[in-house]
Design a protein around this ligand. Structure first.
Ligand code: ZN
Length: 332
């Protein structure tokens, strides 16, 4: 099959048309075009390198970024649906981990969804289509068809911006991992701001840190990942970005929501021996803060790769500048 064949397929995707979909998508369900755009962004960065596409965290992130910018956060995104429904287009098959096409005839929808989410089913594109997506010229013309046929002119610049954020963030992630092999500087030059926009930086930093800590909170070691890759931890800067302009992975740590907040508030700190230090402020409300007090002196969870461990100089800075080391009443 030729490029023109797939261009006409992409122009005529079978999508649901309902008035509740926005004008930006010509009142049509945007699932399929967004999924295809996301996949092409990941192919462009060689994050998808083989024709066995799993619904993993990278793909969900890329899909959700398009969704939030174009459709908004009020309507929940769901990449699982188009992952299944794309089969009706003829160029998309679902295969198992061995690459064998699955017989889905006797499987109900929920079971198919469950298998997609658990990555027991992968998408396989027509071989010719996958090859075309790997070549930048043909990928660009496929993208253009999707954008022109399925999105109104008002949102086309948004789509270009999202694609830029996703692709650049992978480059910045690689840049950060390389940086962690060099000397650690507490402060970086703010000029990096001009090269990478905030969304690129934060996406890349989160990807590197959350990956290094395997989705585990360094403080409480809780690890929750939904089957499609949503995670309970965030990437925290040890020396805040506003002060350090430093996304070096050694200035980062993966923390769950509560522990991120208490760390940023200076209610806990991490010593240079990588143990947890609890602020005396928390002891004032002992009956309510006991689960935190119990962590005093415990060792944190660290990345497997030693070069990604938090920099001691950054931890020291946090203790000196953010950590509340004294009980406020003793200061009166
Ligand atoms: Zn935690």
């Amino acid at each position: 099959m030729t490029l023109d064949y797939y261009k006409s397929k992409f122009a005529k995707l079978r999508v649901d048309s309902k008035p509740y979909w926005p004008d930006a998508t010509f009142n049509q369900a945007p699932y399929k075009p967004i999924l295809l755009l996301s996949i092409m962004d990941l192919i462009a960065q060689q994050v998808i390198g083989a024709n066995m596409i799993g619904l993993n965290a990278d793909l969900v992130d890329a899909f959700e970024l398009y969704w939030i910018r174009i459709i908004g956060a009020s309507r929940e995104s769901n990449p699982v649906m188009p992952f299944n429904h794309m089969r009706s287009e003829g160029f998309w098959r679902l295969v198992d981990a061995h690459g064998t096409e699955s017989d889905l005839r006797n499987m109900d929808r929920n079971e198919i969804f469950r298998r997609i989410k658990n990555q027991a089913l992968f998408a396989r594109l027509d071989k010719e289509l996958f090859t075309l997506m790997q070549i930048s010229d043909s990928r660009d013309s496929l993208r253009r068809v999707l954008i022109e046929q399925h999105f109104s002119p008002e949102v086309r610049s948004t789509i270009a911006e999202v694609s830029y954020i996703t692709t650049e963030s992978f480059e910045y992630s690689r840049n950060l991992l390389n940086r962690s092999r060099g000397r650690f500087n507490l402060k970086e030059s703010p000029s990096i701001d001009e090269i990478y926009i905030t969304d690129v930086r934060s996406t890349a930093f989160r990807r590197v840190i959350v990956g290094a800590y395997q989705h585990t909170c360094a403080v409480c070691r809780i690890r929750i990942v939904t089957p499609e890759g949503r995670t309970s931890v965030a990437a925290a800067h040890i020396v805040p970005w506003s002060h350090s302009h430093n996304d070096d992975p050694r200035n980062g740590i993966a923390l769950c929501g509560l522990h991120h907040w208490v760390f940023d508030q200076g209610l806990i700190a991490i010593t240079s021996e990588y143990t947890i230090k609890i602020s005396p402020v928390l002891a004032l409300e002992e009956q309510y803060t006991e689960p935190l007090l119990m962590l005093d002196g415990a060792e944190i969870f660290k990345p497997f790769d030693r070069i990604l461990w938090p920099a001691r100089v950054a931890l020291r800075w946090h203790i000196d500048n953010i950590f509340r080391s004294a009980n406020p009443y003793t200061l009166l």
